[in-house]
Ligand binder design. Structure first.
Ligand code: NIG
Ligand code: FE
Length: 422
């Protein structure tokens, strides 16, 4: 029998062979006027057409979806959510034409967030992160990847990763070590020494204490070169970390090719990826994570060549990139609109990109990302009659109900207070 039974919904299951590519990306496997039965363990028992009343007994809680869209909880596979401070001061600089990488070169940008993050206590960081996660949950995100990279020294990188690890919140998090986000000021005249420090001290510590599952590296002009990135990532792999790369975000660097060469799980951003990089990633099975909100907010004029990637068979995933500089938003619903307008993706491609393919991009495809028997009951009910409507009526929050591991966490658009086990 079901503990919870959702009835009368348009069930956008996102089920199918995954990670989804080519024409599968346009298949959402929708059950019209269906149900989802959820067990007391917070798992999906079954989904199908009709009422599902045979799963109902006297103690079953019923949710009448009222014909609304019932879809998998959104998965955000790329964020920089653990940091302190904000950077609204950069708006004026950008209006005066100072480019993003130039602000960083002058000691601002990422480095100004490093200063704020280093001087914040664990409590301050947890309080800010809890607020961020609450916003994400209210907007339909149920799992999020979080990168470090605003501490840079051992103490502050560990502090940030521990804050994420110790967070008591319904949203599940996946941790990535990203010490290679910028060269910190204390090493500005000796970048080789900073790389050596990461290789010999931080990576072994992070791996030994299981502080992260992934390692990431900002491979970019003036940040970390291809050779440096390869060295850092290979060391991470040696210590059992899975690989992610900030590849070809602004300048074409050969980041896609590098991702394939080191067998990365994902290559992320890819606005300036080469055709060779796309081919190499397709051959290696690397998943591209695209971040159209960042192209929009950096006013890059170009977006990652998503249509070309799909034509070459790549299973694209989408993410927010939530961070205080290049994309200060927690909203995957906004990202959906930029994926449509900036990259020409269809509603179905977008929805598969922020659910099932995003789950695969953080190696959780077996657990989350679709509404299928045996998966975790991470489900969002959107106050929308169909999935296209989510992208059409833009700039507002469509979330009606959020269920995480079978528990109702947002009801009628309002957050219910509580930690992971409440
Ligand atoms: O993904 N590229 C590097 N990191 C972030 C931006 C971080 C920041 O500006 O604080 C990004 O765009
Ligand atoms: Fe990023």
């Amino acid at each position: 029998m079901a503990e919870l039974l959702i009835q009368n919904g348009r069930i956008v299951t996102c089920a199918g062979n995954a990670p989804k590519s080519m024409e599968d990306l346009n298949d959402l496997n929708i059950i019209e006027n269906g149900y989802v039965a959820i067990s007391s363990a917070g798992m999906i028992l079954d989904t199908g057409g009709g009422s599902g009343d045979f799963y109902r007994d006297a103690s079953t809680q019923i949710i009448d979806a009222g014909g609304r869209v019932v879809m998998p909880g959104l998965v955000d596979p790329h964020t920089h959510a653990v940091h302190y401070g904000s950077r609204e001061n950069e708006i004026e600089l950008k209006l005066r034409g100072v480019p993003y990488l130039e602000i960083l070169k002058q000691g601002g940008g990422i480095l100004s967030t490093v200063r704020a993050t280093r001087s914040a206590s664990k409590d301050m960081l947890s309080e800010k992160l809890a607020k961020t996660l609450n916003t994400m949950l209210l907007w339909g995100t149920t799992t999020v990847e979080i990168k470090s990279g605003y501490g840079l020294n051992l103490l502050d990188e560990v502090k940030c990763l521990e804050v994420v690890r110790d967070m008591d919140h319904p949203i599940e998090t996946v941790r990535t070590y990203m010490g290679a986000h910028a060269v910190p000021p204390e090493y500005s005249n000796n970048r080789a020494a900073y790389i050596d420090f990461m290789l010999t001290e931080v990576i072994p510590y992070v791996a030994h204490h299981k502080l992260a599952e992934f390692i990431d590296c900002f491979c970019e002009e003036g940040v970390f070169s291809i050779e440096e990135s390869e060295q850092i990532l290979r060391k991470g792999a040696e210590f059992g970390l899975a690989l992610k790369i900030h590849a070809d975000e602004i300048e074409p660097m050969g980041g896609g090719e590098l991702a394939a060469r080191v067998q990365a799980v994902t290559a992320e951003h890819l606005v300036a990826v080469s055709d060779q990089g796309i081919d190499d990633m397709a051959a290696a099975g690397t998943i591209p994570i695209l971040l159209p909100g960042t192209s929009f907010y950096l006013k890059l004029k170009t977006y990652a060549p998503a249509r070309k990637m799909i034509a070459k068979g790549l299973p694209i995933a989408l993410a927010s990139d939530y961070n205080p500089g290049s994309c200060p938003t927690e909203s995957l619903q906004s990202v959906m609109v930029h994926a449509y307008l900036g990259m020409g993706l269809t509603p179905a491609e977008i929805i598969n990109g922020i659910t099932i393919n995003a789950a695969h991009a953080i190696r959780r495809g077996h657990l989350i990302g679709s509404i299928e028997a045996g998966k975790q009951a991470d489900i969002v009910i959107m106050d929308a009659p169909n999935e296209q409507y989510l992208i059409y009526h833009f700039g507002i929050n469509h979330v009606h109900t959020v269920i995480k591991k079978g528990k109702i966490r947002v009801q009628d658009g309002l957050l219910k207070q509580g930690g992971a086990d409440d």
